[in-house]
Design a protein around this ligand. Sequence first.
Ligand code: FES
Length: 345
Amino acid sequence: MSSRLSPALALFPLRLFLGITFVYAGIQKLSDPGFLHPGAPTYIGTQLEGFANGTPGGFILRAFAIPHPGVAGVGVAITEILIGLLVTVGLFTRIAAAAGMGLNFLLFLTASWKTSPYFLGPDLVFAFAWLPFVLAGASGQPALDNVLEHPPEGLVRRTRLGPVTAGEIAETSPASTRRVLLAELAGLALAIAGIATLVKGNYSPSRTLTAGSASAGGGSGGGSAAGAGRRGAASGAGASKVPKGAVKLGPASRLPKGQAATYSDPASGEPDIIIRDSQGRLTAFSAVCTHAGCTVGFEGGVIVCPCHGGQYSASTGEVIAGPPPAPLAPKKVVEAGGQIYAVPS
Ligand code: FES
């Protein structure tokens, strides 16, 4: 039985997979509450910065996408949905596949570039998966392209959008029928994009703590640390625990239980993330993903990376899901006198 299957037909499941995956990828972006929200772990601007950082395709993102992250993000999502619809139904298959291949190749040169070994990054695999459809389209497969090239006897083709009324039925060329279907699929892509955007939930903004210049402890503390020590006996006792050289990040009240914040590491300037768990304990880690260097965030009780879905334990920094090859580096923070301090390491 399998020996009778033509090579073209054997590629049909791959075409459906690519098409449906692209539609899903577009919907997933637009339905993410944080996708267009600056400061969210999955904010498109944060993702683009991470993708552009030290990658060969970064200049393209810096020129066209990073200046307008929202437009770029929504544009890519709608394009993904349209490519996915076209490939799924097999219309303009070669052109849509070429666009998909181009998009995945750009992502290979940016988002997946630092993935090692290279085959763990999905974008290069996707780029090559598109290749048969760029070269041969949907030839030999169920596809609108083939129906329009060789329409069955008696097929009525519409010449424009809207219902066909009596007397308006006309035979047209496959090219004009393709254009009508393309317009309809573009409309469908916009409708899907609109619904995906509408169903997204609310985003709860994350917090940012700013490392101040005032050091604490060792008798060389700045005004803020000393002030914290004067606020009462308990504060004074707390202030004595502040290690020498610690840098004040901000009031402890700004980081309630179950919340996280990011700050600049006082030693390296790189982003770190601090988390207060449900018991009130503080943990802190480097916020630089060990996979490809994107800045991680905190969502649903775990540390998440917006770029390829890596996840880390919020209590240990260990990898719990996705491609990161190593845990996040731990950072030291202390809470004293109602303030939170970062201890350079
Ligand atoms: S950069 Fe790839 S999972 Fe974080």
